[in-house]
Design a protein around this ligand. Structure first.
Ligand SMILES: [Zn+2]
Length: 217
């Protein structure tokens, strides 16, 4: 067994199918099914949060699989390189959430993206002021309420062109709220919201619309 195989498991990061030496990280079946998504709303994204993209992201986030992150990082780096940003800020998690997960995957992602693109990673720019419940399963209005004023700026980045990085974006509520506070407090030249994966609009849960009274229109 080579040193590389000791470091990188020789299985597909999405489906765990064994890989032969020299094959690409993602197996051909998963590679075919991974759906690129170049943007969602105002955010720059790499892949759709569904199918293979979703399982890669969850394996990175909840199982700490760096091979899954490596597959997703490549298209994200390609997307952000031409944007002319000069530094990266991670959307912070509240400390209670980091404790629950045992790590902060968005910070890990931001650090890996900085390494891959050569951009500076700026720590302690934003702080999460209160714990918020996970956005998944909330309606659009609930998502906005959940994250409203939940960030606080901690330092300035005057004149900088910032990539504001999160793991998944669905309605854009979290990235939008973080960007508002980043612009207000850090006073950068520009802020570009970025997420590894975007939830395609048709799959967003809208319980308020499905169960509420129907409009006469
Ligand atoms: Zn696979």
């Amino acid at each position: 067994m080579s040193l590389l195989e000791l470091l990188v498991p020789s299985i597909c990061p999405a489906c765990d199918r064994p890989r032969r030496p020299g094959e690409l990280l993602l197996c051909p079946t998963c590679a075919r099914e991974l759906r690129p998504l170049r943007g969602l709303g105002l955010a720059v994204t790499a892949v759709a949060y569904e199918g293979v993209g979703r399982s890669l992201l969850r394996r990175f986030k909840f199982e700490g699989r760096s091979d899954a992150l490596a597959v997703l990082l490549e298209p994200l780096a390609e997307r952000v390189r031409p944007l002319g940003a000069d530094c990266i800020v991670a959307v912070p998690r509240h400390r209670t959430r980091v404790r629950e997960l045992g790590s902060d995957p968005v910070w890990t992602l931001a650090r890996a993206l900085a390494r891959k693109t050569g951009l500076e990673l700026c720590p302690r720019v934003l702080k999460r002021t209160r714990p918020t419940v996970p956005q998944a399963g909330l309606s659009i209005a609930e998502r906005q309420r959940n994250v409203r004023q939940s960030f606080r700026g901690r330092r300035q980045l005057r004149g900088r062109r910032v990539l504001l990085v999160d793991d998944v974006t669905t309605t854009g509520a979290t990235l939008r709220e973080a960007a508002i506070e980043l612009r207000r407090a850090a006073k950068p030249e520009s802020v570009i919201p970025v997420a590894l994966a975007g939830t395609p609009p048709r799959t967003i849960e809208r319980p308020a619309l499905e169960t509420g009274p129907r409009s006469a229109l």
